[in-house]
Design a protein around this ligand. Structure first.
Ligand SMILES: [Zn+2]
Length: 429
């Protein structure tokens, strides 16, 4: 193989490792995920390591721990003390093999001092943020001024600057005019940077944490040279063939519908179904963004905003129903009668209704058209979207069925089959 090809393969394997970490935005799952990723590095990097020029060598994390990218540490080079002032001079100092993979939008972060820095990146996509942890630094003094953002020919550094925009909007309910203040960050890709550090009691070394809020959700990969980390920011649709957003309704403080005996909350059943669905989707070559994978409070706007930001193929929201009366029961798939990206929400709803009726015994009430203004996330969504009301927690038959784990598995299987049929019916071009 020629050197250029090998180098590319090496870089891609780094990108793959990072992707493994991105699978989770949950901090609680963080340590397990990082460990899984370092195992991958150990096995992947060995074969490609030789192709990377010494200057850009990424050391394989064979020694275990939480290594993601662990570098040989930084030493001065010709550019080290020359400040970055504009995009063209910045591009000149970046090696071509790195530049090729960065594209038009990327972050540049100055490395702290340290002999064998270890970094990991966590995608907090619900908040349009990323968290970069750099471990084993020899000092705690890093600030937002170490973070550069490149957007085409524009360069931003340090805390994002904004101007306040006051606009008057008419309140639809009262007809009164209200003043709303929003922040305008211009073309800056970041809307907030927080840098914190924590010292390890034994090694006395520091882990520096950069929490970087971005203007939208990106697909990330991390590259490095002697003095900087580079994080490419690409549209998820440029990187992934198939993209889903799965939304377990409610969560945290918002319990959703409550069973009459007070023993079951809708939020838990929705999550139980989605965690089973996740096991099935993990086997597929589909990038899936979950609005939550634990008992988190997530407001409505970030849910539809996530679906729009990643421009997903299908946005599937999963709920359970409730009624003041105890007799209504059965599965309903709600849709708004519109066509987005050549996908008819009605056809989509019919598919899911059919597939669910094959795997679960609850009454099939079919697909039901809704006014998008009546359901917030439906009204806000600019992607194909359905909302499944799996059953009624106010009905004892449905409730007794839905609280059983095995039955939640059957619901997940029905939704999974619906997703597969949806991709068959509306294939990606
Ligand atoms: Zn609900």
């Amino acid at each position: 193989m020629d050197r250029a090809l090998l180098r590319k393969a090496a870089m891609q394997s780094v990108a793959l490792m990072i992707t493994v970490v991105l699978l989770s935005y949950s901090l609680n799952n963080y340590h397990t995920i990082v460990k899984a990723a370092s195992f991958l590095i150990g096995s992947e990097a060995v074969s490609t390591d030789a192709a990377i020029p010494d200057k850009y060598r990424t050391k394989a994390g064979n020694d275990g721990g939480t290594a993601l990218l662990s570098s040989e540490g930084n030493s001065p080079d010709a550019y080290a003390d020359i400040p970055i002032t504009d995009v063209s001079s910045l591009r000149l100092r970046i090696d071509e093999s790195i530049l090729d993979q960065l594209g038009e939008k990327f972050l540049v972060i100055k490395k702290p001092r340290g002999e064998k820095l270890e970094i990991s990146l966590t995608d907090l996509y619900v908040n349009h943020s990323i968290q970069l942890d750099i471990a084993d630094a020899s000092h705690p003094d890093m600030t937002s001024s170490m973070v550069y953002r490149v957007s085409g020919n524009e360069l931003y550094q340090g805390d994002p600057a904004y101007s306040e925009v006051i606009s008057s909007i008419e309140n639809g309910d009262t007809g009164e005019t209200e003043e709303v203040v929003t922040k305008d960050f211009g073309n800056d890709l970041s809307h907030g940077i927080t840098v914190t550090s924590q010292q390890d009691e034994n090694s006395k070394r520091y882990t520096l944490q950069f929490l970087i809020e971005l203007n939208t959700v990106y697909a990330y990969s991390v590259l490095e040279d002697l003095n900087y980390y580079y994080i490419s920011l690409k549209k998820p649709s440029e990187v992934y063939d198939k993209i889903l957003v799965i939304d377990p309704g409610h969560g945290g403080k918002d319990v959703g519908a409550i069973a009459k005996n007070d023993k079951a909350y809708e939020k838990d059943i929705n999550l139980g179904i989605v965690l089973e669905l996740k096991k099935l989707l993990d086997q597929e070559n589909i990038k899936v963004y979950y609005t939550r994978t634990q008992n988190d409070t997530v407001f409505l706007r970030p849910r539809s905003s996530l679906a729009n930001a990643v421009d997903c193929d299908f946005f599937v929201s999963i709920h359970c129903n409730s009624n003041a009366l105890s007799y209504p029961n059965g599965t309903e798939v709600l849709f708004s009668n519109s066509k987005v990206k050549e996908v008819s929400n009605k056809v989509l709803a019919n598919l899911f209704s059919e597939e669910l009726s094959r795997t679960i015994p609850l009454k099939k009430k079919g697909s039901i058209e809704k006014n998008p203004e009546d359901i917030f996330i439906m009204g806000q969504s600019k992607v194909p979207m359905i909302l499944i009301e799996v059953g009624y927690l106010s009905n004892s038959g449905d409730l007794n069925y839905l609280i059983e784990k095995d039955n939640q598995k059957a619901v997940a299987q029905g939704i999974f089959n619906g997703i597969m049929r949806a991709y068959e019916k509306f294939p990606k071009k």
